[in-house]
Design a protein around this ligand. Structure first.
Ligand code: SF4
Length: 414
């Protein structure tokens, strides 16, 4: 059987494209190749890869994962950072990805190659065709330039993406395109905060991985998204006489303007109030992040500091810096099993700021343990997004279903 290598850029573009290819070329074997070192940050790359794996498995298509040689890609586009989309940087980017694909096509004995980039509504068909033909001919491979966007193909692609609850990115992929498109807001996409903060790429990836696992186990799944106001620390710290004081920032704290140098003006129990910009310091026995029971109505810049630093803070002036950001975000609840199940078990999908949370293995073991009951509709498991910031996933689920899950919090996050 003749083989066709299909370079895959992302799952939304791949699903409809691969289905159409298969219908039009029933006698050819399709091999997927995910080769996209242009995608930044790495969490976004993993997210798109995960959804591509899910899509290929659904279609029964073999998938090969390429290298994430992001440094080579960055070197290739050096000097073209300011180019607009569809400009010279994109031509270089296509050549880079498609040349590697053509090389693999040759090695695998494929006589033809193509790319799901041809499905992307924002790309220039002619620019892609030119690039694909140029690089594939070098390796003696044909380039199949099919335009499946026409005749309602794009609409069908969006419909299938929605129906299959596939992650839909909101930028092409690279840091340069992202900065050009989102300006200052691109920081939110690029900075990794560690752990799996509510509504982050890391939280989404975790949920998607568990979903792929469940599907492999033959368990039904459904995702429900919900919006919320998210919050992140961009920069922060406390110092006394230039010595850094170990601290955490309380969730939903507001920013401090510039750098503040202030004295403690009031002490109420374990809380020290500084005399500038409403800064407060809560002294705690052990420095660890605490789950928020609900989003606080007041949002003073608030630091958590070990009790052992009380005297130091009271004796000298305190320097404080805090830059935080608030933004509309989306999180999700993954329902594993049937909503009609008698028992509903909930598990948090996000982590606390100090990265404590449930591990992938913990969730998988729990699913394995309850697999029989999930299949017989006795139990359903809910993976709850944004749990540690006011139990938002749980509250959202309760609102739309009228049912309350029993939430399991593992020992390490109590
Ligand atoms: S905008 Fe997209 S196609 Fe263009 S260089 Fe960036 S990742 Fe590549």
């Amino acid at each position: 059987m003749e083989k066709v290598l299909v370079h895959i850029c992302c799952a939304p573009d791949a699903l409809y494209f691969l289905e159409r290819l298969r219908k039009e070329y029933p006698n050819k074997e399709l091999i997927g190749f995910f080769y996209d070192p242009n995608i930044h940050p790495y969490e976004e790359y993993l997210l798109r890869l995960e959804e591509t794996k899910r899509t290929c498995r659904k279609l029964g298509i073999k998938l090969i994962e390429g290298e994430y040689d992001v440094e080579d890609w960055l070197v290739k586009v050096k000097g073209l950072e300011r180019e607009p989309e569809r400009g010279e940087r994109c031509s270089v980017c296509f050549d880079f990805r498609l040349e590697r694909s053509a090389k693999l096509a040759k090695e695998l004995g494929c006589d033809t190659m193509t790319t799901t980039l041809l499905m992307s509504p924002k790309k220039s068909f002619n620019q892609l065709k030119e690039s694909g033909e140029k690089v594939s001919h070098k390796y003696g491979v044909n380039f199949l330039a099919v335009d499946y966007r026409k005749g309602g193909g794009t609409q069908e692609m969006f419909r299938l993406t929605k129906e299959n609850q596939i992650y839909q990115q909101d930028y092409c992929g690279c840091i340069h395109g992202l900065v050009n498109q989102k300006g200052e807001n691109s920081l939110w996409d690029m900075v990794s905060f560690g752990g799996r903060p509510a509504g982050s790429k890391e939280e989404t990836l975790f949920i998607k991985r568990i979903r792929t696992f469940c599907e492999g186990e033959g368990l039904g799944t459904q995702e429900i998204e919900f919006p919320f106001l998210s919050w992140r620390v961009l920069e922060g710290g406390l110092w006394v006489k230039k010595e850094p004081i170990p601290s955490l920032v309380a969730p939903y704290s507001q920013s401090i303007r510039g750098k503040v140098r202030a004295d403690v003006e009031r002490v109420v129990g374990n809380t020290l109030y500084l005399n500038k910009q409403f800064v407060r310091i809560k002294l705690v026995e052990e420095l660890k992040d605490l789950p928020l029971e609900s989003i606080p109505p007041t949002t003073n810049p608030t630091f958590l500091v070990p009790e052992s630093y009380r005297e130091k803070l009271l004796k000298s002036r305190v320097d404080a810096v805090l830059k935080t950001a608030f933004r509309e975000a989306v999180s999700r609840v993954l329902i594993i099993g049937s909503l009609q199940a008698k028992n509903l078990l909930g598990i948090p999908a996000d982590t606390l700021q100090d990265h404590r949370g449930v591990s992938e293995d913990f969730v998988k073991e729990l699913i394995e343990e309850h697999k029989k009951d999930i299949l017989t509709q006795k139990t359903a498991i809910l993976l709850l997004g944004a749990h540690f910031v006011g139990k938002l996933g749980q509250k959202f689920f309760e609102e739309i279903s009228g049912r309350s899950p029993e939430v399991l919090i593992p020992q390490n996050v109590r």
